[in-house]
Write a protein that binds this ligand. Structure first.
Ligand SMILES: NC(=O)c1ccc[n+]([C@@H]2O[C@H](COP(=O)([O-])OP(=O)(O)OC[C@H]3O[C@@H](n4cnc5c(N)ncnc54)[C@H](OP(=O)(O)O)[C@@H]3O)[C@@H](O)[C@H]2O)c1
Length: 177
């Protein structure tokens, strides 16, 4: 199974502008276009509960994309559950093993920072697709909130527009926690 993290960050590595949950105030249409192509290209989307809370207003059940939300209290979200949307308290390794046993081969992890930390610490992430938007926020959610030591290899880079939005694709080489 190939596991990819997709994230858009400011030039100083923040996932959010200060505490604002709506990242689409500052991310570019070109990043959105790229992100939606990644969604289409993967079979299952995994996200943390806080990211789910931030985007649930935009989720369309009709899109038929399978999404798994990580939460320590799945029962609390019974009412939100519908075809293609599930809630689980499995640890990343258990979840990936289950998905793999169901024949899933491509998984996209769409944040937030706590989920990045858990997924990277589990050693299960193969690629990180990181868009860098030309802003500096100083404060905001970091890419990962925990100290870590991960080696990456840049495999592709692309300028997505004239304001300088950059797409960097990294292969995850080694996770030392
Ligand atoms: N720029 C970007 O690319 C990007 C991407 C995604 C999100 N974001 C932003 O980032 C913010 C959210 O990030 P965040 O770091 O605060 O939260 P998050 O990672 O989205 O979600 C954290 C929640 O996930 C659950 N969780 C974490 N580890 C778990 C585990 N091992 N097992 C089960 N559940 C687990 C817990 O939910 P419970 O509390 O329910 O137990 C925890 O509170 C939002 O503002 C969002 O807009 C930005």
């Amino acid at each position: 199974m190939i596991v990819t993290i997709a994230a858009v960050v400011s030039a100083d590595g923040k996932l959010t502008r200060h505490d604002e949950a709506n990242i689409y105030q500052w991310t570019s249409p070109e990043d959105w276009q790229y992100f939606t192509s990644l969604i289409q290209d993967n079979e299952v989307i995994i996200m943390g509960r806080k990211t789910y809370d931030a985007i649930k207003g935009w989720l369309k059940p009709s899109l038929k994309k399978r999404r798994v939300v990580l939460t320590r209290d799945p029962k609390k979200h019974k009412a939100d559950k519908h075809d293609g949307l599930e809630f689980t308290d499995e640890i990343p390794r258990q979840l990936m093993q289950r998905l793999s046993s169901e024949g899933i081969t491509k998984v996209l992890v769409t944040g937030g920072s706590q989920i990045h930390a858990d997924m990277l610490a589990s050693g299960l992430v193969d690629y990180i697709h990181m868009t860098i938007e030309p802003y500096i926020f100083g404060q905001g959610r970091p890419f990962t909130p925990l100290p870590t030591n991960i080696s990456l290899r840049l495999t592709e880079h692309k300028k997505l527009n004239n304001t300088g939005t950059l797409l960097l694709i990294y292969k995850v080489l080694k996770v030392r926690t």
